[in-house]
Design a protein around this ligand. Structure first.
Ligand SMILES: [Zn+2]
Length: 80
């Protein structure tokens, strides 16, 4: 089980959080997306091995959003 530090609540179990995925690539505004562009944005990922930046929400806690860096192979989290 991962422990994630919410900037407002401190260390909590991963089960209290929701990950919204990678910060990049930035999703184009939905009003300008074709169906094909939307599918490409969602599915065409490099499946990068290494550190990525993600958006997380403390959904079962304070409800606040924040960013963290997670290693895609080890799941190590860097929040400094
Ligand atoms: Zn929180």
């Amino acid at each position: 089980m991962l422990l994630i530090r919410c900037p407002w609540c401190g260390l909590r179990s991963e089960s209290e959080f929701h990950c919204n995925g990678e910060v990049r690539p930035i999703r184009p505004h939905s009003s300008s997306l074709t169906d094909q562009q939307s599918v490409q944005h969602t599915c065409d990922r490099l499946n990068f091995k290494g550190w990525i930046e993600e958006d997380w929400c403390h959904s079962k806690g304070c409800g606040e959003w924040f960013r963290l860096n997670r290693h895609t192979v080890t799941h190590e989290i860097d929040q400094d």
